[in-house]
Design a protein around this ligand. Structure first.
Ligand SMILES: [Zn+2]
Ligand SMILES: [Zn+2]
Length: 134
C-alpha cells in the first residue's frame, strides 16, 4: 500500500510503500514515553520504499536495555515522531508511525508486542464511555 505521511505542522512530508499485514502495536515503556501515550502503532517500510518529500527531521539515538541503538526522527518544529530506524548509516527499514499516515484508518494493527508492559486499561478501552467530540 502506498502511504502518505506528514507531521502535525506540515513541514515534514514523506511517502512510502508498506505491507498492511505488518502493522503492530508496541506496549513497551520506551514507546509509552516517546509517544506520550499508552502505546505506539507502527508499520515498517523498506528504506528503498521510503521517500522524504519535504523538511528535515531531527534525530535522537536511544540505547535500549538490550544495548540496541535506535534512531528516532521527529519534526524539530512540532515534535511529531516521524520514524525510528537502526542507528546505522544505511538503515534497511524505517518504522513509520501509523498515526501520521493519511491512510491510517486502513492500517489496523495485526499484532502486539511487549504486552507485559501494557497499561491495564488498554485491554478494556472499548468499555470506557465515549462520544464524538469533546
Ligand atoms: Zn512538524
Ligand atoms: Zn516499544
Amino acid at each position: 500500500m502506498n502511504v502518505h505521511g506528514a507531521c502535525h505542522c506540515g513541514r515534514i512530508t514523506y511517502e512510502a510503500e508498506v505491507d498492511p499485514e505488518s502493522v503492530g502495536v508496541c506496549n513497551c515503556t520506551d514507546c509509552q514515553m516517546l509517544t506520550g501515550s499508552a502505546f505506539r502503532v507502527s508499520v515498517p517500510a523498506a528504506s528503498t520504499h521510503f521517500r522524504l518529500l519535504s523538511g528535515q527531521p531531527k534525530t535522537y539515538i536511544k540505547t535500549a536495555d538490550s544495548g540496541a541503538k535506535r534512531r528516532h526522527a521527529f519534526c524539530p518544529t512540532c515534535g511529531t515522531p516521524v520514524y525510528a530506524c537502526a542507528a546505522t548509516d544505511a538503515p534497511p527499514s524505517f518504522s513509520l508511525r501509523v498515526g501520521c499516515l493519511k491512510e491510517r484508518a486502513a492500517l489496523p494493527p495485526k499484532r502486539q508486542i511487549w504486552c507485559r508492559s501494557a497499561l491495564a486499561w488498554v485491554k478494556t478501552i472499548g468499555e470506557i464511555p465515549g462520544r464524538d467530540g469533546q
